[in-house]
Write a protein that binds this ligand. Structure first.
Ligand SMILES: Nc1ncnc2c1ncn2[C@@H]1O[C@H](COP(=O)(O)OP(=O)(O)OP(=O)(O)O)[C@@H](O)[C@H]1O
Ligand SMILES: [Mg+2]
Length: 237
């Protein structure tokens, strides 16, 4: 049976008095990648902020594993398995690659930690090569991989990714998206992905939601998006 991990019910949200999201409903099935696509300003980041607990919705419900998250802080949501990669990512430049990964999970004992570290290095072989290098000296793409590694090492149940490949070269975009797919397959995570490189995003997505001016206008399969030319309609009509 398909188990739902995240359900959004009729969400309104915005900033000050301006409503940005209008009655957004969505369902993410466990261990799937849902790609959220829409033009600039559609409200994609706003929706992720609501789920992460950074912005409180005005109306409607966010259910995680059937549990209503209303009033729960972003920190507690992270604690119950929701990780959030925001536009730009987050690492500590003065620490080495290894130290960054260490602080991402402080609760594990030595042996368990080494095992986890090994899993992360399997997904991001480049990080292994740079284990003792200071994170501030990594290239843009490597920093992204480290920021993702810090998310993956916590083994979140649900990952919210806001443009994880932004600003990367085409090769690195592919690498980052491939690593997201591995996270789903090897760590069993469920993923809500916002990605401007739609063509690449479609390759790893299981489901696609199209968003326009704060509303989900369509939910469909990656294949249907390509076949029916839905993206052109979304961006140019
Ligand atoms: N902190 C804020 N205060 C006020 N308005 C905001 C704030 N953040 C976003 N907005 C507005 O909300 C609307 C939706 O923005 P949002 O960042 O969610 O769009 P997006 O779909 O993520 O766009 P992009 O593809 O450019 O990242 C935009 O009109 C934006 O100007
Ligand atoms: Mg955005």
């Amino acid at each position: 049976m398909e188990q739902s991990i995240l359900q959004l019910e009729d969400i309104d949200a915005g900033y000050y008095r301006r409503e940005v999201l209008h009655s957004v409903s969505m369902n993410l099935v466990e261990n799937r990648i849902l790609l959220l696509v829409g033009p600039n300003g559609a409200g994609k980041s706003t929706l992720l902020k609501v789920i992460a607990g950074i912005l409180r919705q005005w109306k409607g419900k966010v259910l995680f594993e059937g549990r209503d998250l209303d009033g729960m802080s972003a920190a507690r949501r992270a604690g119950i398995g929701i990780s959030y990669f925001f536009q730009g990512g987050e690492i500590f430049g003065n620490l080495t690659v290894r130290e960054n990964l260490e602080i991402a999970i402080t609760s594990l004992n030595g042996k368990k930690f080494e095992k986890k570290m090994g899993e992360i290095f399997k997904i991001f072989p480049k990080l292994k090569l740079m284990e003792t290098r200071r994170a501030g000296f990594l290239s843009g793409g490597e920093k992204h991989q480290l920021a993702l590694g810090m998310i993956f090492i916590r083994e979140p149940k649900l990952v919210l990714l806001d443009e994880p490949s932004a600003g990367l070269s085409p090769t690195l975009v592919k690498e980052v998206l491939e690593s997201i797919k591995k996270m789903k397959e090897q760590l069993g995570a469920s993923v809500l992905l916002v990605e401007q490189n739609v063509k690449e995003g479609l390759k790893i997505a299981d489901t696609v939601c199209l968003m326009k001016t704060g509303e989900i206008v369509k939910e469909t399969s990656p294949e249907a998006i390509i076949k029916e030319g839905l993206l052109e309609k979304l961006f140019f009509e």
